[in-house]
Design a protein around this ligand. Structure first.
Ligand code: ATP
Length: 190
């Protein structure tokens, strides 16, 4: 069984995330893909994300009807700073026979060996990079192994979406309509 793990802040989830997921399902032949929102990213300590309940709600709206995509709230439940190694260990324990693929955008590749317990992490999961416009292709730093997908490169980011809310610009189609409506109704990022 092939399991995809997709961690991030999802603050908010956007079309770029959904295309990463679609590319991974198609190119890797994943059986299941888990979106795993972080409570707090270790690389964004100055960033207080939108409340976890909101980020989870937006993920539910964005993934409604996508049967091979699931949401795992374990990092939210643990709270504090979210370290990928703890999450990947949990999957390795629960699914000992599965092949684990951890999805990241190309902006994260060069920094992989700064992740907590990088050596152990590299043993437990293969890393899968999706191209991101504006990011030069980078090789995996040792000891990480994995592959780069063709993907559907799209230069959308959560910070751009937050900026568009502030500027009063339309969010569709960069985020799914129900997510855009929920962001507007909650008056977040204004
Ligand atoms: P921010 O703009 O706030 O930094 P982000 O758009 O990078 O946020 P995250 O939730 O932090 O979103 O991203 C989760 C994962 O998805 C990261 O590995 C990131 O590199 C990847 N990712 C996000 N957007 C894209 C995109 N447009 N193309 C490829 N990968 C992406």
């Amino acid at each position: 069984m092939k399991l995809g793990l997709f961690g991030g802040s999802f603050d908010p989830v956007h079309l770029g995330h959904l295309l990463v997921a679609q590319a991974a399902i198609e190119e890797l032949g994943l059986d299941r893909l888990f979106f795993i929102p972080a409570a707090q990213s270790p690389f964004k300590p100055e960033n207080q994300p939108a409340p976890a309940a909101r980020r989870l709600q937006w993920l539910r709206l964005a993934l409604a009807g996508k049967t091979n995509c699931e949401i795992d709230d374990q990092e939210i439940k643990r709270g504090g700073v979210s370290y990928t190694i703890e999450t990947v260990r949990d999957y390795a324990k629960r699914f000992p026979q599965a092949e684990l693929f951890y999805l990241i955008g190309a902006d994260n590749t060069a920094k992989l060996n700064e992740w907590r317990e990088a050596g152990e992490l590299a043993k437990l999961a293969q890393f899968v990079v999706t191209p991101r416009p504006g990011e030069a292709p980078v090789n995996f730093p040792a000891p990480f192994r994995g592959r780069t997908l063709k993907g559907f490169p799209l230069a959308v980011s959560s910070s751009q979406i937050r900026g568009r809310v502030k500027a009063g610009l339309p969010l569709e189609p960069l985020v799914p309509s129900p997510v855009a409506e929920s962001i507007r109704a909650a008056k977040l990022y204004t």
